[in-house]
Design a protein around this ligand. Structure first.
Ligand SMILES: *Cc1c(COP(=O)(O)O)cnc(C)c1O
Length: 481
């Protein structure tokens, strides 16, 4: 059977894993060859299709953008139902509204979901897609993750009360903010479990990796992941780039975006929107002091450094896993070449992109490093100039946009990735004002907390998961049958 030109299959960036359909990619996470899944071709919408979406609501744009990626696994009517249910719960009628900051500068507000960060826009949808696909397959999964901040609460809100999903979220005990912890521990749902590990974020992350590598355990509990290597998260993020671009005149007028970046997931969704046919002229990347991406786009050298804490903790990352998806394109989709590249990076901690390929990337991408002082100054500046309070991550993007502005006639859209009340200390330090939590979270600081505290020990975590799920102890991987 021939596939329609606008329905995709998924291939690994390292070229040695089986090709998958959408439901398998949704559940797979990392490919078996260590790569990330990407569509085998970029579906495009014509200028006529895009024009027809101007003035449409967020739901209609979401269905049009995502349909080619989920067909034929999810029929159009089912997608429409899931999308409607997902975004009905967001607190702004436009879902992802634009605010004008300056003559031709805009802010795309992505904090109107339940946990006040952009991750809700994808995870709220992905939780429902999990349920739909698992119900049809008669399966359950156990999602395991580690978080140092926003991902944990967004994943918990997305998975609470999902019938086919159990969620175990590890975080470092006493090392996340009170707001962040309470967003995880006050959720009253029997299938979600916040687990404080007596250790650092890296310890929690190591436990997650060890349990994913324990194949006997992995199979016993049907382990799955929701970090940003999951293709479905990128797919759902393409929608707000399309909605903002259409609102400001696409496809007949080019636009530019500025994106505060850690794992390169969000800005890769912007790249995907461009590949789908939107006239995105420039993508500005803002990094904090953890600037591996700014250094990469300046020199072509990808060189790992030590992670240092900053005012924008959700971007305190030195290995941007989603950059692999862009490298795959820059290497003309040569999976074997990319696998060799990544092996060299892992062995030596540094690897360099050839000049002509870097030059191609720099036609679109422009990066800037924004330190804590500039972040604070930008929060203050935006407050003085516009009366808007922005969070420190958003400030990194706004400052990068100002440093790397191209044609002034092109609208520059900066992403506001979190609500200022998620980072009240940084906002207060810059402006003297303490941003207030929206009404639905007003009771957060007094609600009852529920969490397990476990030692920094993978066996303790495995035992907790097995007893919670009511499963027995798995055989160790090496035991005879
Ligand atoms: C996760 C997060 C980021 C970084 O996004 P990436 O997709 O990892 O680049 C930036 N800001 C906020 C508020 C976040 O929660």
């Amino acid at each position: 059977m021939r596939r329609g030109a606008n329905s995709v299959r998924y291939v690994s960036t390292r070229g040695a894993a089986p090709e998958l359909g959408f439901d398998e990619v949704l559940l797979a996470g990392l490919a078996r060859d260590g790569g990330l899944y990407v569509p085998d071709q970029w579906p495009t919408l014509s200028a006529i299709d895009w024009r027809a979406l101007r003035g449409a609501d967020y739901h209609a744009i979401a269905c049009a953008v995502m349909a080619p990626f989920v067909t034929p696994t999810i029929p159009a009517e089912t997608l429409a139902e899931i999308v409607a249910e997902t975004y009905a719960a967001f607190r702004h009628p436009a879902v992802a509204p634009l605010k004008q900051l300056g003559a031709n500068d805009w802010l795309l507000e992505l904090f109107h979901g339940p946990t006040l960060a952009f991750k809700d826009y994808a995870l709220q949808l992905v939780g429902r897609l999990f349920d739909h696909v698992l119900r049809r397959r008669g399966q359950r999964i156990a999602i395991l993750g580690a978080t140092s901040g926003d991902t944990g609460s967004a994943a918990i809100e997305a998975c609470r009360d999902r019938a086919a999903v159990d969620l175990f979220m590890l975080f470092p005990n006493d090392r996340v903010s009170a707001v962040q912890r309470r967003q995880m521990t006050t959720v009253d749902a029997a299938n979600v479990h916040a687990i404080a590990i007596e250790g650092t974020f890296d310890d929690a992350q190591d436990i997650v990796k060890a349990l994913f590598n324990d194949l006997a355990f992995r199979d016993t509990v049907n382990l799955a992941a929701v970090n940003s290597i999951n293709w479905a998260r990128i797919m759902a993020q393409i929608v707000y780039y399309a909605s903002a671009a259409l609102a400001l005149g696409a496809p007949d007028r080019p636009v530019a975006f500025a994106v505060p970046t850690g794992n390169f997931g969000n800005v890769f969704a912007a790249y995907a929107a461009r590949r789908m046919g939107l006239p995105i002229e420039r993508l500005v990347i803002g990094t904090n002091r953890n600037d591996i991406l700014a250094r990469f786009f300046a020199s072509g050298a990808m060189t790992i450094g030590a992670v240092e804490p900053s005012l924008s903790p959700s971007m305190d990352i030195q290995v941007s896993s989603n950059l692999e998806r862009l490298l795959f394109e820059l290497l003309e989709r040569d999976g074997a070449a990319l696998a060799a590249w990544m092996a060299r990076f892992r062995a030596s901690g540094t690897v360099t992109l050839e000049a002509p390929r870097l030059a191609r990337a720099r036609e679109l991408f422009h990066a800037a490093r924004v330190d804590d002082a500039a972040t604070t100054a930008t929060i203050a500046e935006v407050w003085r100039e516009t009366g808007e309070l922005i969070d420190p991550h958003s400030a990194v993007g706004v400052r990068a946009a100002r440093l790397q502005r191209g044609d002034p006639r092109t609208p520059m859209i900066s992403l506001a990735c979190a609500h200022p009340a998620k980072f009240p200390d940084a906002v207060r330090a810059a402006t003297g004002i303490t941003p207030e939590l929206p009404p639905h979270l007003a009771g957060l600081m007094t609600a009852r907390e529920r969490m397990a505290v476990l030692p920094n020990d993978r066996n303790a975590v495995a035992a907790f998961i097995l007893s919670t799920l009511g499963r027995g102890t798995p055989r160790a991987a090496g035991d005879a049958a």
